[in-house]
Design a protein around this ligand. Sequence first.
Ligand SMILES: Nc1ncnc2c1ncn2[C@@H]1O[C@H](COP(=O)(O)OP(=O)(O)O)[C@@H](O)[C@H]1O
Ligand SMILES: [Mg+2]
Length: 255
Amino acid sequence: MTRLICVSSGKGGVGKTTVTANLGAALTQFGKDTVVVDANLTNPNLGFHLGVPLYPKTLHDVLRGEAHISEATYLHNSGLKVIPAGLSIEDLKSTSPNKLGGVLLDLVGEPDVVLIDSAAGLGREAIKAIESSDELLLVTNPNLPAVTDALKTANIAEECGTKVLGVVLNRIRKSPSELSVEEVEAMIGHPVIATIPEDKKVAESLAMKSPVVHHRPDSSAATELKKLAAHLSGSDYVPKAKKRNWITRIFGFLN
Ligand SMILES: Nc1ncnc2c1ncn2[C@@H]1O[C@H](COP(=O)(O)OP(=O)(O)O)[C@@H](O)[C@H]1O
Ligand SMILES: [Mg+2]
């Protein structure tokens, strides 16, 4: 049974595309047949995260009825399938998101998971992505503006009958000014199912055009993203034990 999961947030820049690309890559590593779709039709950039920004056919062509979804599906060298969106202004002007639901239904069958990276805000494009999905991952940051927008998104999802799987709390710096996990859960009314730290390796990976779960698989962000993928696929992810130097070994012994 194919799961259609929308990655949404309300606020822009909180990490939707980062989560989509990495979750897709991690689920593929765990043996799940996974497709990631760039449903951010106005500012698409999922392709950049995967190192392939330009494609001959895109979701824009499919939405205009000029290509079949299979012609706009590309195989990343990791085994992840990618449906990119077009980058041109012409694509932007001439395409409506209205047919997104029907197009995504054409994917149902073969893949285990379809992850839909949505646009920021709660305009027509973002709402179409939410209502075209069965489930939703709410990505947010530990601050009031991001959490307020996430709450609105959760409410819209509930109105659309899209099940909120939980909150992915991203870019945690452990600063005293941040909202805590408990505060975020109390405000949004859904559990936090992943806590991803602020990690320089994320930006480094984007520059290297490779998801952090590939580029820096043992980094703290990659570890939490893989735990999220394991959670979604109903399994456990046990991170590799860190190499212990002589000081930690002595402390371990004393404890
Ligand atoms: N955990 C993180 N640590 C550090 N930088 C991050 C993290 N998550 C996302 N970023 C950075 O934040 C910026 C916005 O992320 P992006 O995924 O494009 O957000 P959105 O899709 O919600 O607009 C990018 O430059 C990305 O590299
Ligand atoms: Mg994005």
